[in-house]
Design a protein around this ligand. Structure first.
Ligand SMILES: [Zn+2]
Length: 210
């Protein structure tokens, strides 16, 4: 299996260099991605591929169910580097429908450490229980919860001292919330972009259900 992977890598590298001579030499000197992507670890939602971006164009942090924990040093370190060192202006929190992490957060079963990790999603499900109860089935409920998890992620990223400081310095950074459909390969804008000076006021909307 690993041999196959290494063979495919050599083929890809050779093809890339044939298409664009000097490609890797240029890319090795610096990275200047336009986007910072916070997404789910799910193998079906690779940031570069679904966004149609090449190596060097998106700086990526992924974890189970794209949860933004306000004390996650891994995420915060990547966010700080993206903002302060790479001067990225577009931050994307991207969830996806059919997310196994969101599903686990709605199940009354023990999942070990994942239950600690997914606690913010369980909390969202409790906070929006009345809205979510209007969903016609569990699949729909989980998809609405995946959307809420993205909105919450956008809010939490926006509230970090990293973003607050950058905005105070006049940096034109925007934080977007997207959700990806495994069934159609499409990204949807959840229309919850936070930009300089904005705040996410009031209660979030469960999309598609006012
Ligand atoms: Zn997922």
């Amino acid at each position: 299996m690993l041999d196959d992977l290494l063979i495919r890598n050599r083929q890809w590298s050779a093809q890339r260099n044939a298409d664009e001579p000097g490609y890797f030499a240029r890319l090795a000197t610096r990275q200047s991605p336009e986007f910072f992507w916070i997404g789910c670890s799910d193998s079906r939602v690779p940031a570069n591929v679904v966004a149609g971006l090449d190596p060097g164009e998106v700086f990526v942090h992924r974890n189970v169910a794209n949860v933004v924990h306000s004390s996650d040093m891994n995420l915060l370190s990547a966010l700080e580097f993206a903002v302060d060192a790479l001067h990225i202006r577009e931050i994307i929190v991207c969830g996806h429908y059919g997310c196994g992490g969101v599903r686990a957060a709605t199940e009354d079963l023990p999942h070990g450490l994942a239950d600690h990790w997914l606690e913010p999603i369980r909390r969202l499900a409790r906070a929006y229980a009345v809205d979510l109860a209007r969903c016609e089935n569990m699949d729909e409920l989980r998809d609405r919860l995946a959307e809420l998890n993205v909105l919450e992620g956008v809010r939490r990223v926006s509230e970090t001292p990293i973003l607050q400081r950058a905005w105070a310095d006049g940096e034109p950074i925007r934080v977007h919330g997207l959700i990806y459909g495994l069934k159609d390969g499409l990204l949807r804008d959840l229309d919850c972009t936070v930009a300089h000076g904005d705040v996410m006021n009031g209660k979030m909307t469960v999309y598609g259900r006012e």
